[in-house]
Design a protein around this ligand. Structure first.
Ligand code: COA
Length: 130
């Protein structure tokens, strides 16, 4: 049975962990949202490509929410779960959690649903094996 999304525990499988660096800040000193979004896209692509056993392309991003800022020095942990599989597309639920303050706290900072299309070697979409 699928677990409900929680603010206490991450949903899905830990797919990437990375350190938020000063080079990725916005003018206010927090981490730039585009950097966070790219980490979610990278993690979702890993999860999608593992499931379809091949290349994928991001075709859409749905319901992206920035819940809390990411700070320099946070460890961003991105969790993924397969939400649905269509004919050529796969929807991945992605959550990012930040470990802050010398890694004592864990805060959900961003969530979204990323849609990927399975591609063959020539870049044409193809049917995902069930
Ligand atoms: C991915 C791509 C090959 C799909 O080709 P297409 O002919 O547009 O494909 P379709 O319209 O038939 O859609 C393919 C699948 O994606 C789904 N899809 C397309 N647009 C979508 C959207 N906005 N939201 C949700 N799903 C979408 C379709 O429902 C379909 O799913 P299904 O086969 O499981 O039913 C093409 O759109 C493309 O090359 N896009 C650019 C990808 C890219 O550069 N991404 C960024 C870098 S990775």
């Amino acid at each position: 049975m699928k677990k409900a999304s929680s603010d206490h525990e991450p949903t899905g499988q830990l797919t990437i962990r990375t350190l938020a660096m000063p080079a990725d800040t916005n003018p206010a000193g927090d981490i730039f949202g585009g950097w966070v979004m790219s980490q979610l896209d990278i993690a979702g692509a890993i999860a999608a490509s593992e499931r379809v056993r091949g290349r994928t392309a991001t075709v859409a991003v749905e319901a992206m929410t920035f819940i809390a800022p990411v700070k320099v020095g946070d460890v961003l942990c991105v969790y993924c779960e397969i939400k649905s599989i269509g004919t050529t597309s796969i929807a991945i639920g992605v959550e990012a959690w930040a470990r802050r303050h010398r890694y004592k706290d864990r805060v959900k900072v961003t969530k979204g649903t990323f849609i990927y299309v399975a591609l063959d070697d020539k870049g044409n979409k193809h049917v995902i094996a069930k």
